[in-house]
Design a protein around this ligand. Structure first.
Ligand SMILES: Cc1cc2nc3c(=O)[nH]c(=O)nc-3n(C[C@H](O)[C@H](O)[C@H](O)COP(=O)(O)OP(=O)(O)OC[C@H]3O[C@@H](n4cnc5c(N)ncnc54)[C@H](O)[C@@H]3O)c2cc1C
Length: 406
């Protein structure tokens, strides 16, 4: 055990926590949902954790729903249940998905159902801030967690510890650094992990609407002229839009007045859900595919979007990140007593455990995105015939559903 040194200007929610400790088992850098879940999983596993993050911002005044909404798979639900976060969620704000209807860009349509797949639901739709608030509440009660509201600026990996310089001037030491700092990860740059980034030249336009007709707990997806429009169910007859639009088109959509955007979404979805009323202003997120050559380095592991970035068409990026957390926590829980937390042998186990899942989802989402981007009638006929073929194969559909459930 290293000696604790100069006091650090940390902000701890727990009165019993001393802010004079500068040494930790793990330092989690980045407070998106993945980072906060990682910090919670590791501290519940008995580790002394420093989390560099901010608390969840409140929704803008008058906003009924968070603009950021996620489809969470069974694997994410299981992890959040184990961490006792799921149980704390306001169930009235969660929407189950029992059915999914996918419309090709010709006549083809695919229907997936939880009933046919013998599962309780295909996914849950949850607002980002709903989960984040529950995570914040859980983190607040962890005696071994120190919350630091500062950004990381310097990282030095030494044989006996990693040293992290903070924007507030303090320095932390930790056996292991978890880089959960998103797609433009600073941690990843420090370890020299090479990134291969392919811009989809698309922006994910998100907004929420009140629908005139019941959504029937169904998620809808339309493939249309190289763009993908999804309407996900939300409680109380609302739906959440994710429109993966070409950059220029997305710019136009983002400039529309709320009523105009609602009319446009209604038009392209052929009024399937009746008249729409925009209740959360639109926001845009640039879309890209990002692979990294290494998820680990001595004393460092990457999780979440810092480790992989995929197209949102399958709603799987967050689920993938939460599975990273699960795998890392599992490897650490099973570590031999003689091994240091930052031991490369240990971290390689994490990397090996994650490679296949990450590659499979990258290939699947990228493949689908490309398939529906190819212009021309022949390409359209081929992909819609493929959809019809999949639709007629109950076993294949079952397999696709189980793969998506994670
Ligand atoms: C339109 C759209 C729809 C999506 N829908 C779904 C869906 O339905 N289901 C799903 O599973 N996924 C979905 N995703 C993917 C999902 O949003 C991401 O995979 C997920 O948000 C990644 O979380 P993260 O915590 O890894 O990264 P982020 O959420 O990017 O968090 C990173 C955090 O690190 C902080 N940070 C950065 N640098 C530093 C530093 N130097 N020091 C300290 N902190 C730092 C940032 O401020 C930020 O808080 C969607 C994505 C998009 C774009």
């Amino acid at each position: 055990m290293r000696a604790a040194s100069v006091p650090v200007n940390t902000r701890s929610y727990n009165e019993r926590m001393t802010v004079h400790h500068q040494t930790f088992d793990v330092a989690v850098i980045g407070g998106g949902l993945v980072g906060k879940t990682a910090a919670l999983a590791l501290t519940q596993g008995g580790r002394r954790v420093a989390l560099l993050a901010q608390t969840c911002a409140s929704l803008p005044a008058g906003a009924a729903f968070d603009a950021r909404v996620y489809a969470l798979s069974a694997s994410s639900q299981t992890l959040l249940e184990r961490l006792r976060v799921w149980q704390a969620l306001d169930l009235a704000r969660l929407a189950p998905v029992y059915d999914m209807r996918v419309f090709g860009d010709a006549a083809a349509e695919l229907h997936f159902s939880a009933f046919q797949a013998s599962v309780s639901q295909l996914a849950w739709i949850a607002e980002s801030s709903l989960i984040e608030r529950a995570l914040d509440a859980a983190l607040r009660f962890q005696p071994n967690l120190t919350w630091i509201d500062s950004r990381a600026q310097g990282l030095e990996v030494k044989p006996d510890a990693a040293s992290i310089g903070l924007a507030n001037g303090s320095v932390l030491e930790a056996d292991l650094v978890v880089g959960a700092d998103g797609a433009h990860s600073w941690v990843r740059a420090q370890i020299g992990s090479k990134v291969d980034r392919r811009d989809y030249k698309q922006t994910g336009v998100v907004a929420n609407f009140k629908a005139g007709r019941p959504h029937g707990d169904t998620a809808y997806q339309w493939f249309r002229e190289g763009e993908i429009i999804a309407l996900l169910p939300l409680p109380d007859g609302h739906v959440s839009l994710v429109w993966s639009a070409q950059t220029e088109h997305a710019r136009e959509l983002l400039e529309l007045a709320p009523a105009q955007l609602a009319a446009e979404v209604e038009r392209v979805t052929q009024s399937l859900l009746g008249p729409l009323e925009c209740v959360t202003p639109a926001q845009g997120f640039p879309l890209a595919l990002q692979t990294v050559d290494r998820l680990i380095a001595p004393r460092v592991a990457l999780v979440g979007d810092a480790a992989h970035l995929i197209h949102p068409l399958a709603g799987q990026g967050m689920n993938l990140g939460l599975r990273d957390v699960d795998a890392l926590a599992d490897v650490i829980a099973k570590k031999e007593a003689f091994r240091d937390l930052g031991d490369t042998v240990l971290l390689r186990r994490y990397e090996r455990a994650r490679r296949e899942d990450i590659s499979a989802l990258m290939i699947a989402t990228d493949g689908l995105q490309k398939l529906f981007s190819v212009p021309g009638t022949v390409a359209r006929a081929v992909r819609n015939t493929g959809m019809a073929f999949v639709g007629a194969q109950p076993l294949l559909k079952r397999w696709l559903v189980s793969a998506a459930l994670g």
